[in-house]
Design a protein around this ligand. Structure first.
Ligand code: 5AD
Ligand code: FES
Length: 353
């Protein structure tokens, strides 16, 4: 079905259009590659949702600054440290700190301070991924020097026109600036991660094939991509009549993951939390089809309800413990196991070094 060495857009479109019968071949191929190059180990990044204060206005996102219904919060230093301790005590190899975007000096220095604190308390044991939006090269360098070593910034869509449609405020959002930020993340020394949303209004299969080619051309180390899920308090909710069904968006995400594994064999691929909002075992299925990273939410329970990027976000009512206890069982159900106490860096990055 697919050419092993070079992937043209038409091959990728065929893969993404695969029907139930053909997708069995796609998933089998992707599983073979995952088994031989990645193995059956899944690595954890304990997700800390640091703050839902955001200066941006992405049309699809529940915590966009124009959503006046969201109660804003920022975790205290103590709460962040407690999350890091939780990750350590539960043998997570890494944490991921995610937040709405802020670029003020106070925020930047606060993150630097927290990173240094976490490095110290874990004796350098915890790997640290950041997902804190578009920053200057100087800021990226400061955070890298403070101890973080992976950075996720989704391009959201590699199609300029679609990017403008879902980020219409040109004063705040600029496609070229986002591309520049991705280059700066790499320049600062980070393992570079990006990704897209799947099933956006107006998005075509051709756009998604281009997204895969974009990820390949950028030669990223990690990818996090998941289905778009409409949020009733956002402007993009108005375009819901254009959407594929949740099941279709889910299936398309699985095909994107499998195709990505085939064209980028040794990168880290996240089984995105948004998958779980559509299918209770969506993340497990994603792992079967090529993903190898899980990001269990370890944010204190009472804040989770306010970090709703989309509706039906899983586990928002539970505390971290409820999520953690079942991970092992869920993984063994699909023949995988957790790489406890390991950073689980992208082999793509370490191989290149
Ligand atoms: N549906 C799915 N994913 C979303 N994100 C934001 N809003 C939504 C939504 N409504 C994703 C974006 C962002 C990441 C943190 O969450 O891709 O980069
Ligand atoms: Fe916060 Fe998009 S709304 S970064």
């Amino acid at each position: 079905m697919v050419n092993q060495t070079s992937f043209y857009k038409k091959d990728l479109i065929t893969m993404l259009n695969a029907d139930e019968e053909d997708q069995i071949i796609l998933f089998k191929k992707s599983k073979e590659i995952t088994d031989s190059l990645i193995g059956n180990k899944v690595h954890l990044r304990g997700l800390i949702e640091y703050s839902n204060v955001c200066i941006k206005d992405c049309l699809y996102c529940g915590i966009q600054k124009s959503n006046k219904n969201t109660q804003r919060y920022t975790l205290s230093d103590e709460e962040v440290i407690q999350c890091a301790l939780y990750a350590l005590e539960h043998n997570y190899g890494s944490i991921a700190i995610q937040s709405g975007e802020r670029t003020d000096p106070l925020f930047i220095s606060k993150i630097t301070h927290l990173l240094k604190g976490i490095k110290k308390l874990s004796n350098g044991k915890l790997g640290i991924t950041l997902s804190l939006g578009e920053q200057t090269l100087e800021t990226y360098k400061e955070w890298f020097d403070a101890g973080a070593h992976r950075y996720l910034l989704r391009i959201e869509t590699s199609n300029r026109a679609l990017y403008s449609k879902i980020h219409p405020n040109n004063d705040l959002h600029n496609f070229d600036k986002r591309l520049e930020a991705l280059q700066n993340i790499r320049k600062a020394g980070f393992q570079l991660g990006t990704g897209v949303m799947i099933g956006l209004p107006h998005q075509t299969i051709g756009n998604l094939a281009d997204d895969l080619l974009f990820l390949k051309a950028l030669d990223v180390d990690m990818v996090g991509m998941g289905p778009y899920i409409e949020h009733f308090e956002t402007p993009l909710f108005e375009a819901r009549h254009l959407l594929k069904t949740p099941q279709e968006r889910l299936d398309l995400t699985f095909k994107m993951i499998a195709s990505l594994r085939i064209i980028m064999k040794d990168i880290n691929i996240v089984a995105a939390t948004a998958l779980q909002a559509i299918d209770k075992i969506g993340r497990e299925k994603a792992i079967r089809y090529g993903a190898n990273i899980l990001m269990p939410n370890i944010t204190p329970g009472n804040f989770r309800n306010n970090y709703k990027l989309y509706q039906d976000k899983p586990c928002t009512d539970e505390n971290a413990n409820d999520c953690n206890t079942c991970i092992d069982a869920r993984m063994s159900m699909i023949g995988s196991k957790i790489g406890y106490n390991e950073w689980g860096d992208s082999k793509h990055f370490t191989n290149l070094k």
